[in-house]
Design a protein around this ligand. Structure first.
Ligand code: FAD
Ligand code: SIN
Length: 520
């Protein structure tokens, strides 16, 4: 079973299916996804996918850039593995039908983003994720061994806990037997058993009020895995993208790709100063943690709600052809990027931590794998290098595929699992409270657990979240489940994990910056 229909889940499902089809083996792959099959963070990826594809670039240089961005917390071996495997995985993506832009000489038109010392980002205009999602879905939806269940919500992973055994984080040999699943059309909860389960549920940007992530990004997989007593790591490292379009009434926030800075755009404050020179020698293309903190400092210093991205150095025809969606979006708001500056503000964008996995995507629970943004692989350390996540998902889904086709032979279904029991629960008559609670979580996370943190802010956040947690658990226990209640519970779980990890991290590193920490 695969949970999630972004790049991680789709590429894994297709590989497993193709393998078993080749050997005429009977296997059934069920891919479940909580919304329509194309809804995912993947679909909105703009800038592209980072990989060494030209002869003048080197693996060593991509490795070094990743390590520098990760601020000393990356796993060097994992970085090497992902960087060196990425070109082959991307070739597969191309063979499956994904198209990346080429220049007039027929070579890939490689873009540059923050923290990269070379042009190495393959892209499809400014809609790379949409192109990848399209090609992968075309393969997956037509494959006879894959059954896609859309609008089906994974509620909880099934472990020995559901057989009445005590399971905690130290219990050895924890096993995953499948998942409880809610069909959103009927509201029925089904028991779905599986020999192997891959969590590919993406990130949790929706835990913040201002985010580039779509509404599906509620950290469900991480919260489920944590409740099932898997190991979760590094979730304090929330990457805020420096340049979301400042348009307060719009949610999620529209992204102005870093590739626009790669093409020559410059950040400026309200006085028209190109302020990045005060913060880092790499200027506007410094790693994201540095640029986002610099913007935050400028905004606070001047009491402003945004800064500007001066796109006027980019020729209009270049802008239109390379960034057609961004151009159109700006035009729709009356901004001509060729003549005017774009108001921008940082927004929660990417979760660098998640469910801890080994190099094959295996979690600390048997038969449970994780890949993509919900996982913590060791690649990103304390700050992800731009456009490294799509390649990470491909590489880990490939490794998980190789491992799971070996392992599946030795796994049996567990037939003893009880069905979901919702005896004594009722449909809540105050659904509005769920909506208000979600908003409260998002607001408190943005206010107290943002780019710059302090002990007092984190303490306040935890105290407020505790109250919402208690109320949510009471509601969860007595209610007939709905997706809204489950997502609220997952967001509260995510908030807890992020705050606790932030409180425990006593040094300022990468994306974690606490003014009360000793070393900066
Ligand atoms: P996703 O693509 O998010 O897919 C998660 C899937 O899980 C979805 O189908 C969702 O519906 C499903 N799901 C979640 N919970 C449940 C549940 N409870 N039950 C059932 N299904 C569930 N990265 C780059 O490398 N380059 C870029 O240029 C880039 N640009 C980006 C631009 C934007 C605006 C955003 C938001 C992100 C960008 N990223 C980029 C990050 C990158 O897109 C993601 O990290 C990556 O796509 C995640 O892929 P995934 O398969 O792990 O998860
Ligand atoms: C962007 O296009 O700026 C997003 C790239 C990323 O998040 O990796």
């Amino acid at each position: 079973m695969v949970i999630g229909s972004g790049i991680a889940g789709l590429s894994y499902a297709y590989k497993v299916a193709t393998h078993f089809e080749t050997y005429h083996r009977k296997v059934s792959i069920t891919l479940i996804t909580k919304a329509s099959e194309d809804e995912s963070n993947t679909k909105y990826a703009q800038g592209g996918i980072a990989s060494v594809t030209k002869t003048s670039d080197t693996f060593e240089s991509h490795i070094q850039d990743t390590l520098v961005a990760g601020d000393g917390l990356c796993d060097r071996e994992i970085v090497r593995m992902v960087v060196t495997a990425a070109p082959e995985r991307i070739q597969e993506l191309i063979a499956w039908g994904s198209r990346f832009d080429k220049n007039e000489q027929g070579e890939y038109d490689l873009a540059k983003e923050g923290g990269h010392s070379d042009h190495r980002i393959l892209h499809h205009k400014d809609a790379t994720g949409n192109e990848i999602e399209r090609a992968l879905l075309e393969k997956v939806m037509h494959h006879p061994l894959i059954h896609v269940l859309n609008h089906c919500f994974a509620v909880d992973l099934i472990t020995q806990h559901h057989l009445g055994q005590k399971v905690d984080r130290r219990t050895p040999d924890k096993k995953c037997f499948g998942v409880y699943l809610m069909d959103r059309r009927t509201h029925k909860i089904h028991t779905l058993l599986s020999k192997i389960t891959l969590l590919a549920t993406g990130g949790g940007g929706q835990v913040y009020a201002s985010t580039t992530n779509p509404v599906i990004a509620t950290g469900d997989g991480i919260a489920m895995a944590y409740r099932a007593k898997a190991t979760v790591e590094n979730v304090e490292f929330i990457q805020f993208h420096p340049t979301a379009l400042f348009n307060p009434d719009e949610s999620p926030a529209f992204l102005i790709s870093e590739a626009v800075r790669g093409a020559g755009a410059i950040l400026k404050n309200h006085r028209g100063e190109a302020f990045m020179k005060k913060y880092d020698a790499r200027l506007d293309l410094a790693p994201r943690d540095i640029v986002a903190r610099a913007i935050d400092a400028e905004m606070k210093k001047r009491g402003r709600a945004h800064v500007f991205l001066d796109t006027t150095p980019i020729e209009e025809s270049f802008f239109k052809s390379h960034f057609p969606n961004i151009y159109e979006k700006c035009q729709s708001l009356g901004i001509n990027p060729a003549k005017e500056m774009i108001p921008v503000v940082p927004a929660a964008h990417y979760l660098c931590g998640g469910i801890k996995v080994d190099r094959n995507g295996k979690t600390s629970i048997h038969n449970l794998y994780a890949s993509g943004e919900c996982s913590c692989t060791g690649l990103h350390g304390a700050n992800r290098l731009a456009s490294n996540s799509l390649s990470e998902a491909l590489v880990f889904s490939h490794n998980a595929f190789l491992e799971s086709i070996k392992e599946i032979e030795n796994i049996d279904y567990n037939e003893q699992i009880p069905d979901w029991n919702d005896e004594g629960t009722e449909i809540p008559n105050e659904h509005i409270l769920v909506i208000h609670a979600k908003k409260e979580v998002q607001e408190l996370m943005s206010a107290y657990v943002g780019i710059v943190r302090s002990d007092e802010r984190l303490g306040r956040a935890l105290a407020r979240l505790k109250l919402i947690h208690e109320e949510t658990e009471v509601l969860y226990e007595k209610s007939k489940l709905s997706v809204a209640i489950c997502q609220l519970r997952n967001l509260v779980n995510m908030g807890y994990l992020i705050i606790s990890a932030a409180q425990a991290r006593r040094e300022n590193i990468g994306l974690h910056y606490n003014i009360d920490n000793i070393k900066s």
